[in-house]
Design a protein around this ligand. Sequence first.
Ligand code: F6P
Length: 365
Amino acid sequence: MYKQIGLITGGGDAPGLNAVIRAAVRTAVREFGMKCVGIEDSFEGLIGEMQTMKLTTKSVGGILPRGGTILGTRNSGSFCCFVDGKTIFPEEAIREAIENLRRLEIEALVVIGGDGTLAIAQEFSKRGIPVIGVPKTIDNDLAATELTFGFMTAIDIATEALDRLHTTAASHDRVMILEVMGRHTGWIALHAGLAGSADIILIPEIPFSFESMVQKIYSREKSGSRFTNIVVAEGAAEVGKSEIYKAAGDKKTAPRLGGVGDYIGHKIEEMTGKEARCVVLGHLQRGGSPNAFDRMLGTNFGACAVRALANGQTNKMVALQAGTVITVPLSDAIANIKNVSSDGQLVRTARDIGISFAAPKEAKL
Ligand code: F6P
């Protein structure tokens, strides 16, 4: 049995991170008699001056409903960089971090993060550090798990935004566009669009056409609805075009998406003469208290991750499959992202109830 384990939160924050930390610490201390150390600001806390904190059942008291992460997080830093489209894990930083883990007497790690963070975790595992990953991202795009924690809270927030936009859209006979997160995948847009009764859902997996979008707006007008609600994932793109970026990336930082909602609004005004407004939901989807489901899922993930470590498992990630938390190889989790299937059940349901994805072939809708 390990005497002491380390906990790390990495990547963009997501509601439920503190639920995972609390459950992992409680399980480690109460069930297995292990001590816990929190590593601050993702893996960065393991190099240079080193930033760590002792985690006890007392110190994690009261954090369950709190947003963010008590450990701090980073989604760029010394452990990964991008060269010629390839991700590199600098050996020097990893070596220093591993030496410091030994110095701190941390024998194993629970790493809570998305694909980027878990890819770094795998590098530690390859070099002999026992690692269990916990899948986090509001985008829900991690393969090998049906759900990541944080996603359900993000949907709640996006759904409430759509509800609110609905009443103002209807009052002004406007086209309202809600831009939500979803870099590569449209899970948030799809789920919130269904729950918040969007008329058009635009996702990266289904390139959109303006003709089709305008056709849908006109068909609603004909049937007496003079307003239209659109939800668009930040990574959605027009047929034959690329996504829209707000900031270019560099060696250390990935390019930042943003602007597709405004682009759509201008184009729709141009094509229809109708007024359009765009709201970018942004980091409101990530901040604040997790909902009940994410508190529960985060808690279960945290406890299961520590049990897996205590049982001698390593290089694995806890994952939700068919309602049960199991472990899967880390490599399965990071090999591919999980996309919305364009002919999957939810897309079909959305189409059946009259929601458009503005695909060119939907122009008849
Ligand atoms: O990975 C989650 C995510 O929310 C993406 O959808 C989004 O593009 C990104 O994080 C933004 O992260 P930040 O603004 O913190 O760099």
